[in-house]
Design a protein around this ligand. Structure first.
Ligand code: SF4
Ligand code: SF4
Length: 398
């Protein structure tokens, strides 16, 4: 494992962090995490040198932190920096801060957090943070020793990011960044801005929710013709580790193979390690992807569960694959994936929501939960028109 500087903190932090948003799922109930498997892979990651664990109150329907707490027994807690987040939609009064922090410490079976983050700050939620005096609550918790450092994760634009960075003396900022997203959300400007202020920057969504891990054939051809046998995931990760401003890259790992492979990638990572030719390959990949992604969904599942059983990220992923794939046979196969989703509420599997886009009743419940600001009901209408009724993509995405 390679270790890196963590902003102004005196930490030697592993290049790879374990993001616990996509832990292995149970076979029977896909909405819930498989505790045993999750503990195995988290501990394996730590044994391979990962010393940074990221979770959140809402991951895995509230079970994520409990699983992490169990994984960190038997001496593992002392080996890692443990980070979790305050989920702001649940915080309606200032007093709620202590209620959630206490509950999170209990779930995680620890007396302190190495960093406590405001979860998914936007311009709107930052106003709430200020209105409820939550930064002061963070400082109070730090004085009490319940948390050691203060940060935030972020989903808005660069001007908002800059405003938040300038407002307080943060220890860390967690941003969405990957070779496709250099110009959206905090952007490269935000990354550099935080770095110049000595703030550690942690990267989430390095593979854009799996999109960069499963490239369309055109992108795969570019990777192959580079003469380099990197996997698509390795390309995405090395792009990030190449940059000096990045302290650590979180990967939401779901199985043992991903843990092993990502740790191997991290082993050979380094600032400035990509050659000019390799950077050129990434530029070409960006061009391909730019023309291939219709919906910027990262499959974070914050919008789930949907009351009518629509599997929102699955629908968007199928549409993206359908659009990206130039070969008719592959397109036909992708479309079959849509047909396998259910179009009738009676047949919905409540534990493994499997509804297609036609089941959306436009209730709007998912809308404010989406960090990518996708107009989910509107996009689902288009998704069903294209994949369900066979209408032309260009009619809906001119
Ligand atoms: S708007 Fe549609 S997709 Fe969103 S929660 Fe309501 S029914 Fe589900
Ligand atoms: S639609 Fe938005 S909230 Fe839902 S999975 Fe995609 S990015 Fe996440």
């Amino acid at each position: 494992m390679q270790y890196r500087k963590m902003g102004s903190l005196d930490w030697e932090v592993s290049a790879l962090g374990f993001g616990c948003m996509r832990l292995p799922r149970r076979r029977i109930n896909r909405m819930r995490a498989d505790t045993k498997q999750s503990i195995r892979i988290i501990r394996r990651g730590i044994d391979l040198g990962i010393n940074y664990i990221d979770t959140a109150y809402v991951y895995h329907l509230g079970e994520g932190e409990k699983i992490v707490g169990q994984a960190l027994q038997d001496g593992y807690r002392e080996k890692v920096h443990l980070v979790t987040k305050l989920f702001l939609p649940l915080v309606r009064k200032t007093e709620h801060f202590d209620r959630y922090l206490d509950a999170q410490l209990e779930r995680l079976q620890t007396d302190y957090l190495d960093i406590y983050l405001f979860h998914a700050l936007t311009a709107g939620s930052f106003e709430k943070v200020k209105r409820l005096g939550l930064i002061e609550k963070m400082e109070e918790a730090r004085k009490q020793g319940r948390i050691r450092h203060i940060g935030f994760s972020f989903h808005d634009t660069f001007p908002v990011f800059k405003e938040i960075i300038d407002y307080f003396d943060w220890d860390m900022a967690q941003i969405q960044y990957n070779y496709m997203d250099i110009g959206i959300q905090a952007t490269t400007d935000g990354l550099v801005y935080a770095y110049n202020k000595g703030i550690a920057t942690v990267i989430m969504e390095p593979g854009k929710g799996g999109i960069l891990a499963n490239p369309p054939s055109e992108a795969l051809d570019i990777m192959k013709s580079s003469g380099n046998n990197r996997t698509p995931v390795d390309w995405a990760l090395q792009f990030l580790w190449n940059r000096p401003e990045i302290s650590l890259v979180l990967s939401g790992m779901s199985d043992m193979r991903q843990v092993e492979e990502n740790c191997v990638s991290a082993d050979r990572s380094g600032i400035g390690s990509l050659s000019a030719d390799e950077e050129e390959v990434i530029t070409k990949l960006v061009d391909v992807y730019r023309s291939k992604i219709l919906i910027q969904c990262t499959a974070c599942e914050y919008c789930m569960p949907c009351p009518t059983g629509v599997n929102i990220p699955r629908n968007f992923s199928i549409l993206n694959y359908f659009y990206a794939e130039p070969k008719w046979l592959a397109r036909w196969m992708v479309k079959r994936g849509y047909k396998r989703l259910v179009g009738s509420e009676e047949k919905i599997d409540k534990e493994n929501p499997n509804g297609n886009a036609s089941l959306c009743v436009n209730c709007g419940k998912c809308l404010e939960k989406c960090p990518q600001q996708i107009n989910i009901p509107e996009e689902l209408v288009k998704t069903h028109a294209i994949l369900g009724r066979g209408e032309r993509i260009s009619k809906h995405y001119p």
